[in-house]
Design a protein around this ligand. Sequence first.
Ligand SMILES: Cc1cc2nc3c(=O)[nH]c(=O)nc-3n(C[C@H](O)[C@H](O)[C@H](O)COP(=O)(O)OP(=O)(O)OC[C@H]3O[C@@H](n4cnc5c(N)ncnc54)[C@H](O)[C@@H]3O)c2cc1C
Length: 442
Amino acid sequence: MLNRRQLLQGLGAGAALAGVGTRAVAAAAAPEVLVIGAGGAGLVAAKELASMGIAALVLEARDRIGGRAFTDSSLGVPWDRGCFWLHASNINPWMDYARRNGFEVQPDRFAREFYDRSKRLGGTETAGHRAVAERVQRELERAGSRGLDIAAEAALTQQTLADPWYPMVMAELTGWEGIEPANYSVLDSHQFVEDGGDCVIPRGYGTLLAHYAKGIEVKLGTPVTRIRWGGNGVAAETAAGLVSARVAVVALPSAAIAEGSVIFSPHLPAEVLQAHHDLPLGILEKIALRFKRNVFPSEATEFLRMKHADGRGLSYLTRHGGSNVCIAFAPGRLARELEARGEAAAIEHALEELAAMLGGDVRKHFAEGRATAWASDPYSRGAYSYCLPGRFGARSVLTRPVGGRIVFAGEHTQQNAYGTLHGAYLSGVRAAAEARRLLARA
Ligand SMILES: Cc1cc2nc3c(=O)[nH]c(=O)nc-3n(C[C@H](O)[C@H](O)[C@H](O)COP(=O)(O)OP(=O)(O)OC[C@H]3O[C@@H](n4cnc5c(N)ncnc54)[C@H](O)[C@@H]3O)c2cc1C
């Protein structure tokens, strides 16, 4: 019987093998399941399959695991380039995993503060924001519960849209979906289940996923270009050769399939391909700024935002992890623009706005910065999926296997938790169970 190393020789010597050892994926002569993509969804699917005694092999394009969950330590304090908050903490499976494995988990109790240029606004001055945020919430809920598959913005009343605070609330909605509310389905977003507040992991959400991934065998540096699925099994084409199995769990971002960087032979059914197009990726980019000393108004971590008439500002999470690093968040169109201008310009933009709020110390004590570029990253093409208005139902199309051979996983397939790492987790569990059913039938 071939062991795993011999099996992998068929893939060529160039790619690295991660995670060998501590917990073996079920040893077998050949993988029964190919898992394509080592983000949260693919890793969970692989581990679930291993726990069922099913041999799975994960193929990953990048030279690291984690996909959109990745903690950067280059600034001396861990900060998440991708996912950061554990949303829906009452039902989020990562909460339990973190606690069982000794990770500190903190509730997000960061104060939210507004600035009007350099003036910090008090509670009465921001009461208008609270009022319009609540009204927006009610109006979106009303449309969602009536089953209206229309753009979120189309669900809002003229009174709301005309409110001077609305652009700031619109920016918050944009941060959630990665796209302005004129572009995503209110019905789809209504299905997201918020149960429990947000939490954070000081060591990083990406670090948590990397911990989970230990022992899962992943073939890194192995982009899949084509998936053949017409016959008695599946085969993935890679630069290093063909890898075969009986079933494939495809755990790629929707854009990888919609944009054709991975092609299927034969073509996917039209409805399935269309569903990938109907779930494009919105954008959130982050800019991390490290200062030589505390330039912020408080020792505590806070969320600072400048009031803009058009809502187009950054949000700053100060004193990240108690350090002098702050993380600026840019959603939607602003994110695209900053990314297109390049890292140095994005850092400069973030510094300028922060200095306008907090004064000259910001520039004087600035040390270094980093900016993400998820939209131009060929293996993600964005931050998280949203659903186009009128296309509600696309996510559920992707929960159905194709041809008895292909199962889809990924945040975009998880209706009640899309756009999140816990959605990726839940989709991985579902996909593994589905793959097992297909194997039993084949
Ligand atoms: C800036 C940002 C902030 C976010 N904030 C949060 C947050 O606070 N909370 C939260 O829960 N979620 C957040 N998210 C979303 C969360 O990170 C994602 O929903 C989740 O990580 C997606 O997991 P996935 O496995 O579905 O996809 P991915 O993590 O994208 O995994 C897909 C994998 O497929 C690989 N791949 C791509 N193409 C190929 C190919 N051709 N061949 C082989 N492999 C390939 C990729 O490299 C990747 O590893 C954020 C994301 C971003 C970018």
